[in-house]
Design a protein around this ligand. Structure first.
Ligand SMILES: Cc1cc2nc3c(=O)[nH]c(=O)nc-3n(C[C@H](O)[C@H](O)[C@H](O)COP(=O)(O)OP(=O)(O)OC[C@H]3O[C@@H](n4cnc5c(N)ncnc54)[C@H](O)[C@@H]3O)c2cc1C
Length: 524
């Protein structure tokens, strides 16, 4: 476990008010690894050492500046690091990691901070290594369809870079205008087009990695089917706990010859859910099949006016792509399946401008909730597609029972739900109800044979729900894999694994959380 650090790993820092860790967060401040406060002169000396390495302006340690890095997209959880450093090379990252090891300081990689599970949160104290200045496309081999990029490259920027030659990078999280490929690797991110093209792991060939002890090595290469253990496969999805990726070799694809985007509008959510299964059951695999419910349509139309009918109970955005020959016939089959399930309106986007507007509505939906609610928590459950009608009904029942509103916008074709629970953090008790409702929703997903995360990762948010889907033996096996990469446990500590009553990583005493008391989560 945790090697005796020179900065004692103790709960010496005060929990700065209820919102710092979210009173409703699973375990609140108790889960957070906390580093003993640094004396001011030691802090100055370490900052100077890092600046000598990285250059002036490449290290933050002023609490006001650090605030920007105290949370990711899940603002229920917050923690202030001692330092945020901005390396520009793998050698910088390696030197920072070695310095952190020398000081017994936990560290965490951070991309754009768009994560939705608290994955890039630092320990309370410790070092955030921001990869945002390592954002170049280093090499593109068009003949072999491989690009080598730095981890801080924004996802969409890769498609922009290779677009003029007729290529693109397929994994397209809805956050792709901001999130980084390094963050995508860590979370094995998906996106609307995952249905046909797979998630990030299907597009990564090799990785240069700074291991948690500072050693620099390559996993995989520029071609598929490397010999030996599939360490690239292991690293992708490890949520920043196996080391820090500093170069990434990814596949790029040729843009499809033709694209057809269809909007189907329904008066009942069940009809839309049934249409999803009907389309796939007919033998078609659309590139994307996204569902947007009534509340979300209101928010999107208020914000952007994208052309979704405001009175619809649900809409499906369905995209087909591939060879031009035959695509009209496939679109006809999609339209027919939607009509057969009761769609009141079905239409194909007339041109690229209309298609872009419909996608803008879908991809900006999370942001649009900001117009109708001060805060929201995005859930990320997975279910078998055929269970959509039942689970969506249960989601609404659970939200109602907790007196909360929920909007749904999600990757319906994959059965990857995103119930967005809207709340007001200023209202006493509301955060606890949000967390309890979220736990109940994920329990339902697990009970119907699904999973507790499709793409956002476990992070800090869902670690206590791991026993919903994994046995003790499963988790012990995962822990051994983690220990092989990260034996000291100082690389992104306090994530993924349920906190054990006697956990060596976390100091503060155990008290049961309300969701445990309700039997929704358990520790072991
Ligand atoms: C509006 C919105 C829409 C979203 N839509 C989607 C979606 O459709 N699909 C989806 O999958 N996700 C989605 N997300 C979630 C999020 O964007 C993804 O998880 C994304 O991959 C995070 O990237 P990031 O650069 O912001 O990473 P961060 O949030 O900074 O970090 C995420 C994790 O990656 C680790 N990490 C970052 N860089 C590295 C590195 N170089 N090496 C090792 N570990 C690293 C961090 O330690 C952390 O554990 C959405 C988020 C928002 C806010």
């Amino acid at each position: 476990m945790w090697a005796a650090p020179s900065l004692a790993y103790v709960a010496a820092r005060p929990n700065r008010g209820p919102h710092r860790w979210g009173v409703g967060g699973p375990g609140g401040a108790r889960y957070n690894p906390t580093v003993a406060p640094l004396a001011e002169d030691r802090k100055r000396a370490l900052r100077a050492e890092m600046e000598a390495l990285l250059g002036k302006g490449a290290v933050l340690s002023d609490p006001d500046e650090l605030l920007v890095y105290e949370s990711d997209g899940l603002t229920l959880f917050r923690a202030l690091a001692d330092f945020v450093a901005f390396p520009t090379s793998a050698e910088h990252v390696s030197a920072l990691v070695k310095l952190a090891n020398r000081e017994g300081m936990p560290f965490v990689a951070r991309g754009a901070g768009t994560g939705l599970s608290g994955g890039c949160l630092p320990a309370e104290g410790g070092l955030v290594i921001s990869l945002m200045r390592m954002n170049r496309v280093l090499e593109v081999d068009y003949d072999n369809q491989v690009a080598i990029v730095e981890p801080g490259l924004v996802n969409l920027h890769l498609s922009w870079a290779v677009g003029p030659r007729g290529f693109y990078y397929a994994p397209d999280p809805s956050s792709q205008q901001a999130c980084t490929i390094g963050g995508n690797i860590a979370n094995n991110s998906g996106g609307p087009h995952t249905l046909k093209y797979g998630v990030t792991t299907n597009h990564v060939l090799g990785l240069e990695v700074v291991m948690p002890d500072g050693e620099l090595l390559w996993l995989g290469g520029k071609t598929r089917d490397q010999q030996g253990y599939d360490l690239v496969g292991l690293f992708v999805g490890s949520e920043g706990t196996f080391g820090i990726a500093t170069k990434i070799a990814v596949r790029i694809l040729r843009k499809p010859q033709a694209v057809k985007t269809v909007l189907a509008v329904f008066d009942e959510v069940d009809q839309a859910s049934e249409a999803v299964s009907a389309i796939i059951g007919s033998g078609l695999i659309p590139a994307a099949m996204e569902m947007i419910d009534h509340l979300t349509i209101q928010a999107v139309e208020d914000a952007f006016g994208c052309g979704y009918p405001r009175d619809a109970a649900a809409a499906l955005l369905i995209e087909l792509d591939g060879l031009a020959a035959g695509i009209d016939g496939q679109a006809e089959r999609v339209l027919a399946a939607c009509r057969a399930c009761g769609a009141r309106e079905v239409r194909a986007a007339r041109d690229e401008a209309e298609r872009a507007l419909l996608w803008k509505g879908r991809k900006s939906a999370f942001g649009a909730y900001g117009r109708i609610s001060p805060a929201y928590m995005v859930m990320d459950g997975v279910i078998p597609r055929t269970k959509l009608p039942y689970v969506l009904r249960r989601v609404n029942e659970i939200a109602d029972a907790h007196g909360l509103r929920v909007g749904n916008v999600f990757h319906a074709g994959d059965g990857n739900l995103h119930p967005n629970i809207l709340y007001d953090p200023r209202k006493p008790g509301e955060e606890e109800r949000v967390v309890a409702a979220g736990a109940e929703i994920l329990k339902v997903c697990a009970e119907v044979g699904g999973s507790i995360s499709g793409e956002h990762g476990i992070g800090l948010e869902k670690m206590d729900y791991m026993p919903f889907i994994f046995s003790e033996a499963d988790l012990a096996c995962m822990q051994r894999v983690k220990d092989a990469f990260n034996p000291a446990g100082n690389c992104n500590p306090g994530k993924i694994f349920p906190t054990k009553k006697t956990c060596g990583e976390v100091g503060p005493a155990y008290r049961p959380h309300p969701i445990e008391e309700k039997g929704l989560a358990q520790r072991f």
